[in-house]
Design a protein around this ligand. Structure first.
Ligand code: FAD
Length: 487
């Protein structure tokens, strides 16, 4: 017979976990502090402009499809997406533009033409990235690292034999500098460290695995926008019987004799057999498990970077821009030193521009574009964010105006800002980090909190702050690991 289960939070992992546990016959209630599901994966509307508020890059759509298939439904009739032919446009300070296309032969030609990088170097790096993915993802992404059975499995033994090739001992930048002649290509491949909020000059070369997600498997776009991932999974959860309680923060997880007994909200005590926290793990221990012993070492790990986002309604269409655009800093090393060593923002930041109206015309009025303009910033350590935002806005506008040959500020007709403090307030993410812990040292992957508590029976964890890490695909896999190990 199934158990009663409380899930704290309806982030992407909370939704996926609810869908999976419902399939296992459990009675699932999701308590959500906000009035809406999705956590970071939400949207905002400013006048005639719609913006995906958080994640913009969609990879591994099969992890969404798996949730429909689990319930015997055809994903295609519930959630539509398409593969992108052009993954990202890279703009360099000297005027060079690289269009990173999905077709690998065309990609190699494009990079070679623009930078002189021999095609064989690019192919070799892509092969290495594919090798890392094939060797490591079944172990590090799909399994709990906190079960002996994982380390005694065939998968693990096959990985032990290849350890040296995983580049744990060199940084991403060292590996990429060894792979490519062109500094521009090194910068392009170093950028993948930011996909989990890390620093390519500190993070192990193993993180070169990330580029395989885009170049080997593909970058995608949900045809109704990123927010449709939340909407679709919320609808699926409701369909399979999950109950949602919005505007209802959980204030305590009740433990008795080392076992979960339920959760407390403004409505009182809710008796539950099991509890899954999709709330950031640091906040879970600090706010909901005040009287329990804490895994101090795990909770103290350095957090990932955060982000500063300007949502701009732009009253002009820039045909040279794509869905994903990067305007690189002139000094990438200095930019990361500012973020990770000094806790400040560099005055020439790399700017990421996401424009969903290039794919979904009704996201902006005719002849206009919705610019999600983002820079990586340190997580919140008490900086004066008003000052940081003011300065960053000037520097971003200066950079974009120079590169696009147009005064951008005069084209802004709608504006809103998201900063690390708002991210923390809206989703409980410790220090406003986007991806939980950073991966800035070779042990990071092993120092995330497990998907279950070793001390409290019946307590589980999913989401970007626990194993296997942040980002939509990994959050979805954290939910799978919880369900696979649910007792
Ligand atoms: P979260 O989204 O963190 O949500 C947690 C939920 O729990 C929230 O709804 C919160 O209200 C609720 N909650 C917290 N405490 C309580 C409580 N006590 N009681 C009840 N409810 C509670 N990922 C990508 O894959 N691609 C990207 O391009 C990308 N870009 C990003 C850009 C930005 C600006 C941000 C912010 C994130 C980005 N990410 C990206 C990361 C991705 O959004 C996250 O890793 C993922 O969405 C986190 O999901 P989660 O399940 O951990 O829950």
């Amino acid at each position: 017979m199934g158990n009663t289960v409380a899930i704290i939070g309806s982030g992407i992992a909370g939704l996926a976990c609810a869908i999976r546990l419902a399939k296992k016959g459990h009675t699932v209630s999701v308590f959500e502090a906000n009035s809406y599901p999705g956590g970071k994966l939400t949207e905002i509307q400013l006048g005639g402009y719609r913006f995906d508020a958080g994640p913009s890059l969609f990879t591994l759509p099969e992890e969404i499809e798996a949730l429909y298939k689990l319930h015997g439904l055809d994903p295609k009739s519930h959630f539509e997406y398409k593969k992108l032919d052009s993954i990202c446009k890279y703009f360099y300070p000297d005027g060079t533009i690289i269009n990173a296309v999905a077709d690998i032969e065309a990609l190699k030609k494009e990079i070679h033409q623009k930078t002189g990088e021999p095609k064989k170097n690019i192919q070799k790096a892509l092969n290495e990235s594919s090798f890392l993915y094939e060797s490591l993802s079944p172990l590090f992404m799909q399994k709990s690292l906190h079960k002996t059975s994982t380390w005694l499995s065939k998968l693990a033994f096959s990985a032990y034999g290849k350890l040296l090739r995983f580049n744990f001992n060199r940084t991403m930048n060292q590996v990429n500098e060894g792979s490519f002649k062109s500094e521009k290509v090194v910068q392009l491949f170093n950028r993948y460290a930011t996909y989990n909020g890390s620093n390519p000059y500190q993070a192990p070369g193993t993180l070169n695995i990330i580029s395989h997600l885009e170049f080997g498997i593909g970058a995608y776009f949900p045809t109704k926008g990123m927010h449709d991932i939340t909407q679709s999974l919320y609808a699926l959860a409701v369909k399979v019987g999950v109950k949602f309680v919005f505007n209802t923060p959980v204030t305590k997880i009740t433990i008795h004799e080392g076992k979960t007994k339920g959760v407390v909200t403004k409505y009182g005590f809710h008796k539950m057999d099991r509890v899954v926290s999709n709330m950031d793990v640091v906040a879970t221990y600090e706010k909901l498990l005040k009287d329990e012993n804490k895994p101090k070492k795990l909770l103290k790990q350095a957090k990932s970077s955060s982000a500063l986002i300007f949502y701009w309604g732009i009253k002009k269409e820039f045909k040279q821009l794509d869905l994903h655009n990067i305007f690189f800093s002139n000094d990438y090393k200095a930019e990361f030193d500012h973020i990770f060593k000094q806790g400040t923002v560099f005055n020439d930041p790399t700017v990421y521009l996401n424009i969903t109206s290039t794919q979904k015309a009704d996201d902006a009025p005719e002849g206009c574009q919705n610019w999600f303009t983002m820079i990586n910033v340190p997580n919140n350590q008490g900086q004066n964010w008003d000052e940081v935002i003011k300065e960053a806005r000037v520097n971003i506008l200066k950079k974009l105006s120079a590169q696009l040959g147009e005064d951008i500020e005069s084209l802004i007709e709608e504006e809103d800002v998201l900063d690390p403090i708002k991210i923390e307030v809206r989703t409980s993410s410790s220090q406003g980090a986007l991806y939980g812990n950073s991966s800035n040292n070779r042990y990071s992957a092993f120092l995330r909190h497990p998907n279950f508590s070793k001390r409290i029976k019946g307590l589980y964890f999913c989401g970007g702050s626990v194993h296997p890490g942040g980002g939509i695909p990994l959050c979805l896999l954290s939910a799978k690991i919880v369900a696979d190990n649910f007792e």
